[in-house]
Ligand binder design. Structure first.
Ligand code: C2O
Ligand code: CU
Length: 482
């Protein structure tokens, strides 16, 4: 069974993205590099306003797209904090519906996790909410709504939260790319008619048709010969598993989901990122001045250029000392006590071509027809949607192993709140990666065993980050006792 991945161009638009040369250079210092520190020391909230706006997602001459944005920009402002510092953000809701902010991947104080009905009341239109928390880990994180996220994220609400190491590396340029696939109509506007379509909800989710990097149709990043860059990538698509290729040799992977990994070179510059996942790469631009290196996306079956690095024709960087390319470890609880672990099975069922006949929903057994009638298509351990009782309760400090079983014909990006975990096994075989993740992609019919130390008290979500799957039932929660 092949996954339906519509191509990334809208019908009727020209394929200007396909690999060709000849665009003019744009300026240095593109949007996301080195913003001033977002958070004042004197505990004043940084306002972050969610509201309707417009974004120029398409090439010049095309209409602007009516969106929902944070502070009127797409992607939302990059918030920066130092590791261990307090973040203090006042969300102001100017949207026509309630919202919250979830700080994806932050091992956060539970009350600040932004999950309506579980950790806070949703913030009504015209109201505000103060998010105030410390950030224990340095790395690449992001924020997005957790109320009707399938609609709010699709309309453009998301941004990065970058937590800097206590001593940021010298001589390495920091740059971030937020990738999103929008579903636009021929008029360049968000396809609203398809919000809530069971066709998406029971299949791959809402797959867009227009790919942007940092809200731009073709992102150009000017670089200089011999420069080093830490490139932070984040997939904010509702459902598309991005398959990116950076067509430059020698790219190192240095972190996943905000947590450092043993550096390793990407094969052919290729990286696959599920919705919600991040990767930090290290690139040494050692080719000749005037070179270019395309950033392409291939999940649609075509090689689509979404951005490119363009070397300055003459300028070179001189390093007076070798930049330190090692990221320090974060203070994660890495002592897994597998012998005494709480062992949990998490069975995912449902979706098109699946075999889900019935599931519990709100305390009642429902057959698949009434589930679909209620906008549900997926279950976890036989239950569609949230339950009164948590999936499991762990004592503080207990190691938990979860056997994730994807008994469906679709990939799922399973995200755990408040914790990072290790993937121990895939399909019964030891997993190669030593990474600590907050989101793990399971291909159809795949299994994975993960483990983490339940060291963060509170009520935490587990859900698929294909946002339509989450909304259509693939969601649950667990408790860590105080
Ligand atoms: Cu990025 Cu529960 O979400
Ligand atoms: Cu899913």
């Amino acid at each position: 069974m092949s996954l339906a991945h519509p191509s990334l161009t809208r019908p009727g638009l020209t394929r200007r993205h396909l690999l060709q040369g000849g665009l003019a250079l744009s300026a240095f210092g593109l949007a996301l590099s080195r913003l001033p520190a977002a958070f004042a020391q004197d505990a004043e909230a940084r306002l972050l306003t969610a509201g309707p706006g417009e974004a120029r997602l398409l090439e010049a001459g095309q209409p602007a797209t009516r969106t929902w944005l944070y502070d009127g920009v797409s992607p939302g402002p990059t918030l920066r904090a130092r590791q261990g510092e307090e973040v203090f953000v006042r969300l102001v809701n100017n949207l026509p519906q309630p919202t919250t902010i979830h700080w994806h991947g932050i091992r956060i104080d539970n009350a600040m996790d932004g999950v309506p009905h579980l950790t806070q009341h949703a913030v009504a239109p015209g109201e505000s909410f103060d998010y105030r928390f410390t950030v224990p880990d340095a790395g690449t994180f992001w924020y997005h709504p957790h109320d009707r996220s399938w609609e709010q994220v699709a309309r453009g609400l998301y941004g990065l939260l970058i937590v800097e190491e206590p001593e940021p590396a010298e001589g390495i340029r920091d740059f971030a790319i937020v990738a999103d696939d929008w579903r636009l109509g021929e008029d360049g506007q968000i396809d609203e008619a398809s919000f809530g379509h069971m066709m998406d909800w029971s299949h791959a989710g809402r797959i867009g048709n227009t790919l942007t990097l940092n809200g731009q149709d073709l992102l150009e990043i000017l670089v200089r010969h011999n420069a080093y860059m830490r490139l932070r990538l984040c997939n904010t698509c509702n459902a598309r598993v991005l398959e990116l290729r950076i067509e430059h040799p020698g790219i190192q992977l240095v972190a996943l989901d905000g947590q450092p990994v043993e550096p390793r070179e990407l094969t052919d510059g290729y990286i696959r990122l599920a919705p919600g996942e991040r990767a930090d790469l290290l690139i040494h631009f050692y080719r000749e001045p005037g070179s270019t290196a395309a950033i392409t996306e291939v999940s649609g079956g075509q090689r689509l250029e979404a951005g490119r690095f363009v070397y300055h024709p003459a300028d070179r960087v001189i390093h007076h000392s070798e930049p330190n390319l090692r990221l320090p470890a974060n203070p994660l609880p890495t002592n897994l006590d597998l012998g005494n672990a709480l062992s949990v099975e998490l069975l995912m069922e449902g979706g098109a071509m699946g075999n889900l006949a019935q599931a519990m929903h709100e305390g009642e057994m429902k057959d698949i027809r009434s589930l679909v009638g209620a906008g549900l298509a997926w279950s976890i351990n036989g239950v569609a949607g949230m339950t009164e009782a948590p999936l499991f309760t762990a004592a503080l400090g207990r190691t938990v192993t979860v056997d994730l079983v994807n008994d469906t014909q679709w990939p799922h990006a399973m995200h755990f709140h408040g914790h990072h975990f290790r993937v121990l096994e895939r399909d019964g075989k030891p997993a190669e990666s030593e990474a600590w993740k907050d989101t793990v992609l399971l291909d159809r019919q795949e299994r994975a065993k993960i483990a983490f130390v339940a060291d963060n008290p509170g009520k935490w979500m587990i859900h698929c980050h294909m946002l339509e799957h989450q909304a259509a039932g693939m969601t649950s929660w667990f408790v860590v006792e105080a």
